[in-house]
Design a binder for this molecule. Sequence first.
Ligand SMILES: *Cc1c(COP(=O)(O)O)cnc(C)c1O
Length: 349
Amino acid sequence: MAMATGTLTIDLNAVAANWRSLDSATSAQTAAVVKADGYGLGAAEMATTLARAGAQSFFVATAEEGALVRTALGPIPDIFVFSGHMAGDTAAIRDLKLTPLLNSIEQMTRHFEALQGYRFGIQLDTGMNRLGLEPAEWDAARSIILPQNPALVMSHLACADEPDHEMNAAQLKTFRAMTDGIDAPRSLAATGGILLGPAYHFDLTRPGVGLYGGLPFDAAQPVVSLSLPVIQIRTLHPGETVGYGGSWTAPHAARIATVSGGYADGLLRAIGNGGLLFHQGRPCAIAGRVSMDLIGVDVTHLPSAPEVLDILGPDQTIDDLAEAGGTIGYEILTSLGARYKRDYLEGAA
Ligand SMILES: *Cc1c(COP(=O)(O)O)cnc(C)c1O
């Protein structure tokens, strides 16, 4: 490959396998969250792969994302919109058969005035204080809402990636108090909630990050790998420095490979000095700061000049890289830039 663009390889079989494995962990229906361009991996490709694996319901953040997913999936699957029914969304919701998750009395009023009889769901706040009706609002509104047959009543857990966090049980208790006895299907669990056990599963689960190989689903198959081409290799004398600010100094004669990829591609600047790339399984440390488009890597110990170095793959997961950058796998995934060549692997499975 004689290009200066990194290659992001996305294993569609692994995405499908992760969906099936989270699906078999519950007796609920398993949906798929494909917001934020399918966690940075391509909303259309993720949605079609997950539909083929068996997902029948999809979740996006906004109506605009819903439009793209509707085009990819055709008319049948349910597409739920977390942000609900915003002013200006009415035509898209109607024409594309999106299901808004109404978050407030204001959104309910908007939806019932503009699209009476059209599908909707309800989002409840059980303690995260981000989206949804508060318990008192729900008490006041439920006798009006429930006869209109919401397609889903859902809430979201704030601390599901920490199984021992007391907030999980508290939110579960609040959710049950708000919804026990209703006829509408209920949903509380994302990836973390699935792993908390059956009490959290209800009728439908909404995994996102676990499908794409991220924690807290530690049994996930890895989905992404990212190889960066080496543009140039140079030899440094002891005492010479690398990159902006001269923050890495050669302790002895060193060979530095400059690879194509930088913080504009989602390789966070915080990963710099000490972060790792790999050559055929051998770790190679980043030398100096990550630039916008380039990273210097110490390859002194390699027996031959590498043509590419891997920053994501079997040797370094999205969560390993996240840890090196002081963040979470979700942010690494969704930051991966548009500049890579995306290779979708589709095997026989
Ligand atoms: C993003 C999101 C999900 C998916 O969460 P993961 O942790 O990625 O599985 C589910 N529900 C809501 C409300 C979300 O915002």
